[in-house]
Design a protein around this ligand. Structure first.
Ligand SMILES: N[C@@H](CCC(=O)N[C@@H](CS)C(=O)NCC(=O)O)C(=O)O
Length: 236
C-alpha cells in the first residue's frame, strides 16, 4: 500500500486526495500526517524539500503535489484524469498551474503573515494582488458550464481548483482580504457547481475539519501530545 503524507488543511495535499478519490483508487493508499516532523519543521528528515504532500511508494518517496499527481495518473492510465486529446491535456495543465502557482503559492505565502507578531501589510497586498491577477486569468480559462474543462468529465483541473478556491473563500479573508473571486461570474458559478461534486465535497469537508482544528486549538493539543510522546520515546 502507498502512503500519502498529507494534512487535512494542506491545499496541495487536498488536491492529490481529490484526484485519488475521483479515480476511485483510495483503497490503494493510506493517508498520514508525520505530525512531529511536520510541526517541528523537521520534515526534511523525511524528504529534502520538507513539505507535504509526499507519496511513499515501493519505488521510493515522491515529493511535490503536481509530480505525485502525474505519477498516480501514470500508475492507473485507464483511470487518469488528464484529458483525451493533446490540447485538452495542455489546457488541464494550464488550469492546474494557475491553481498551484498563481493561487495556492501566493495565498500560502500571504498566510505566513498570520504567524508573525506584526503582519506586514505590504507583503499581504503584494501577494493578494497576485492572487487577484491569477483568478482574473482563471475567469478567462474556465468553461461556462460543467466541470472546469466544460462537459461532464472531472479532470485534474478540478482537483487543483477545489482547494485553491477553498483558500480564496475561507482562509484568505482571515488576513482581511476579500474573496478575490467575488465579481467574477464564471468562477463564482463554477465554485458553486463544483461543491456539489461528491469528491470535491469530501475534500472540502476535510479542509473544514483541518481549519476547525486549527481555530479551536485541538490541532495544537494533538501536536503537543505527539511531541510529548516522541520525546518520551527518545528518553526510553
Ligand atoms: N510546491 C509544493 C508545495 C507544498 C507545500 O508548501 N506544502 C505545505 C503545506 S500546505 C508545507 O508542507 N509546508 C511546510 C513548510 O513550509 O515548512 C507542492 O505542490 O507540493
Amino acid at each position: 500500500m502507498m502512503i500519502l503524507y498529507s494534512g487535512d488543511l494542506s491545499p496541495y495535499s487536498a488536491k492529490v486526495r481529490m484526484q485519488i478519490y475521483a479515480m476511485g483508487v483510495d483503497g490503494d493508499f493510506g493517508f498520514e500526517l508525520p505530525v512531529v516532523q511536520f510541526f517541528s519543521g523537521k520534515l526534511k528528515e523525511v524528504s529534502p524539500i520538507g513539505r507535504i504532500p509526499i507519496l511513499k511508494t515501493d519505488e521510493g518517496l515522491i515529493p511535490e503535489s503536481e509530480v505525485i499527481a502525474e505519477y498516480i495518473d501514470e500508475l492507473y492510465p485507464e483511470k487518469s484524469l488528464v484529458g483525451r486529446t493533446r490540447l485538452e491535456r495542455a489546457n488541464i495543465r494550464v488550469i492546474s498551474r494557475i491553481a498551484d502557482i498563481y493561487l495556492m503559492d501566493n495565498i500560502f505565502l500571504a498566510l505566513s503573515q498570520m504567524r508573525t507578531a506584526e503582519p506586514n501589510q505590504g507583503i499581504i497586498d503584494l501577494l493578494s494582488a497576485q492572487v487577484l491577477r491569477g483568478v482574473t486569468a482563471l475567469e478567462e480559462h474556465l468553461a461556462p458550464q460543467g466541470y472546469a474543462m466544460g462537459g461532464d468529465k472531472l479532470t485534474r483541473a478540478d482537483c487543483g481548483l477545489v482547494p485553491a478556491l477553498y483558500m480564496c473563500e475561507r482562509t484568505l479573508p482571515r488576513l482581511g482580504v476579500t474573496n478575490p473571486i467575488v465579481g467574477l461570474p464564471k468562477t463564482q458559478a463554477y465554485w458553486e457547481r463544483i461543491q456539489q461534486n461528491e469528491h470535491a465535497a469530501r475534500v472540502i469537508a476535510e479542509m473544514d475539519r483541518g481549519l476547525k482544528a486549527r481555530l479551536d486549538g485541538s490541532e495544537q493539543r494533538m501536536v503537543a501530545e505527539a511531541m510529548k510522546k516522541a520525546a518520551a520515546g527518545k528518553e526510553a
